[in-house]
Design a protein around this ligand. Structure first.
Ligand code: FE2
Length: 328
């Protein structure tokens, strides 16, 4: 079985092709880079339109197949940015209708988790999903990924990117797999920062404000980066550890773009060793947004009979992880 998957929820337009062995046959991507500041949804969507045909044909060429031979077309219908989501949805609907292929609706968050499980071999993990738009602690229970903790305001990745930008140390945010904040933190010393954990939830907006205030009142740049980073990462590890105790899980799986931070991984390693649980980390190449994760999750869904009529394949900007049925 071959499934083609399309990702376009934020800054990546990606097309992946997978088989059920499982094998990755193609992974083509276009990444939108904003000229200034953060992601501009309409500008990103326009750049997707001009790059989509090239990415699609690159995927088919590298897989060595024609579109006729795929069994289904999968697409990330949410959560994400409306203008960006609509480009992927349009391309997928056209392919499904024109080539008479079943269309499979995929939740982007579920896809981050499933590609992590497929590539690492994790079976029943406590999932820590950390990216530019998400900070979620989840686990599969009763046929759905239940949320056991999340950020009360901004996501961890958003916090890191915004702080780096405001401190004038980015873009680029990530160079050779190291985030600007992690790089800047080297040699820093700890100064007091607000550490917020409420129940099972984290919070980063107060930390962002405090870090900028401390910097503007004359603190050393590396001390600000180090302290903000330590507080942000530690509060996440704390809620994850509590999630482990609560749920009795023996595995932790890190998914999403921020899982590529080796400093964060080191903190999780220490915690996992102490608690004698297995730590799995999604390989950085597939921890960030890509079409392969959509294709793989689409394949799992398609095998369980999940499809959608093209005219009913609406995008859902706030499609929650815990509203999706997981049949496997
Ligand atoms: Fe993502």
């Amino acid at each position: 079985m071959l499934v083609l998957g399309i990702e376009s929820t934020a800054h990546t337009f990606g097309v992946g092709i997978v088989s059920d062995e499982p094998r990755i046959l193609a992974d083509a991507r276009y990444n939108y880079v904003p000229k200034v500041g953060g992601i501009h949804p309409r500008e990103a969507a326009e750049s997707f339109i001009s790059n989509a045909p090239r990415v699609l044909s690159e995927a088919l060429r590298s897989a060595g197949i024609s579109i006729e031979s795929v069994d289904a077309v999968a697409v990330a219908l949410g959560p994400g940015l409306g203008p960006c989501l609509r480009i992927g949805a349009t391309v997928a609907r056209v392919l499904a209708v024109y080539y008479s292929k079943p269309l499979v609706p995929v939740n982007h968050a579920v896809a981050h988790i499933e590609i992590g499980k497929m590539l690492t071999g994790a079976r029943d993990p406590l999932v820590v999903y950390i990216s530019g738009g998400n900070t979620v602690i989840a686990a599969l229970y009763g046929g759905r990924y239940r949320v056991f903790g999340e950020t009360l305001d901004i996501a961890l990745g958003n916090f890191m990117d915004t702080l780096a930008r405001e401190l004038g140390i980015a873009p680029p945010y990530v160079v050779e797999g190291v985030h600007a904040l992690d790089r800047c933190a080297e040699g820093g010393r700890y100064i007091e920062m607000p550490y917020v954990v409420k129940g099972q939830d984290t919070s980063y907006s107060g930390l962002l404000t405090a870090a900028l205030r401390v910097y503007r009142s004359g603190a050393r740049l590396e001390d600000v980066c180090f302290s903000a980073r330590e507080v942000a990462y530690s509060s996440l590890v704390e809620v994850a550890e509590r999630g482990l105790s609560q749920l009795g899980k023996r595995e932790i799986l890190l998914v999403g773009g921020v899982a590529a931070s080796r400093y964060l991984v080191e903190k999780f390693e220490v915690m996992a060793r102490y608690r004698e649980v297995e730590l799995y980390v999604t390989p950085p190449k597939y921890a960030v947004d890509n079409g392969v994760m959509i294709a793989w999750t689409g394949l799992l869904l398609y095998k369980h009979g999940v499809t959608v009529e093209p005219e009913r394949a609406y995008v859902r900007q706030r499609w929650r992880l815990d509203s999706v049925d997981v049949y496997w």
